[in-house]
Design a protein around this ligand. Sequence first.
Ligand SMILES: *Cc1c(COP(=O)(O)O)cnc(C)c1O
Length: 343
Amino acid sequence: MEKKNLDWANLSFSYMKTDKRYVANYKDGAWDEGGLTGDAMITMSEDAGVLQYSQSVFEGLKAYTTKDGRTVTFRPDLNAERLYNSAKRLEIPPFPKDRFVEAVLEVIKANEAWVPPYGTGATLYLRPYIFGISPVIGVKPADEYQFRIFATPVGPYFKGGAKPIRVKISDFDRAAPHGTGNIKAGLNYAMSLHAIVTAHQEGFAENIYLDPASRTYIEETGGANILFVNQNGDLVVPKSDSILPSVTRRSLEYVAEHYLGMKVDERKVKLSEVYDGEFKECGLCGTAAVISPIGQISDHGKEYTFANGMEEMGPVMSKLRSTLLGIQEGEIEAPEGWIYEVK
Ligand SMILES: *Cc1c(COP(=O)(O)O)cnc(C)c1O
């Protein structure tokens, strides 16, 4: 397989059109057989459901090259299931889970020249999504939908080392109690844009959202779950019905327990515990970065700096990150069913 001639290590996290994408259409109550296409453009009604009432859900996962040269993807079955659940919450007909996994593998295979070589830190990011495509004017679900998966190569998340970031406690809320915080939908991101632009202007990399009902407990950031390491060295993971179930976070919990012998405690975490010095390390987790260390949290000017400061990732987060990366890249034996090879 001849790879594209790209400067892999210097790619950014942005869209690049690749050769093939998958498209399936839902009409008259059923998904059609679907297939690959070279056409990256979508033509739809000016009154499409997605344009009027934001009826859309999405996923994000990556394909990459292992040390021994295999092209693989990581736990796509969990993305299939999450997209299924997200779709149901927005009255979108869910895409069958087995077909989702097959389509992911098909798209990777068709774009194998775009899968970055091992050692570059780059990956082929896959974006599956479903949206309402038929006209809707009264408030109701669309009758017709489109499911797509495109692929785009993205560079290493950290160029030149994982430096800790500064984050702020947001004045905005992400997800209402009993709302849509636990599904992956564009609507959760639309309303986070003003908050993130504001945070960036103030010099912060991210927003931490608190539970909207009491503004006491830590939930997550706009696009990543949060992890803590307490003074005993246990992994502490905030628990709430409105947190998005991150595949990376669930995988890291397994790695912590079964590979590193750590205790994992999923529970409600109060913001005040941070300021009381309960935690030595803190990080964000998601597909793109695996773990991104948090160096400092600011709550309206009141700052807390974690033990490792702003120069480097703490030892436990580093170990968790390198172990999961090792599993993904084939250097450490993976649990059964985590790695899907593209043949
Ligand atoms: C996608 C996403 C994550 C990370 O999930 P992964 O499956 O680990 O990539 C975390 N929080 C939110 C709000 C997300 O949308």
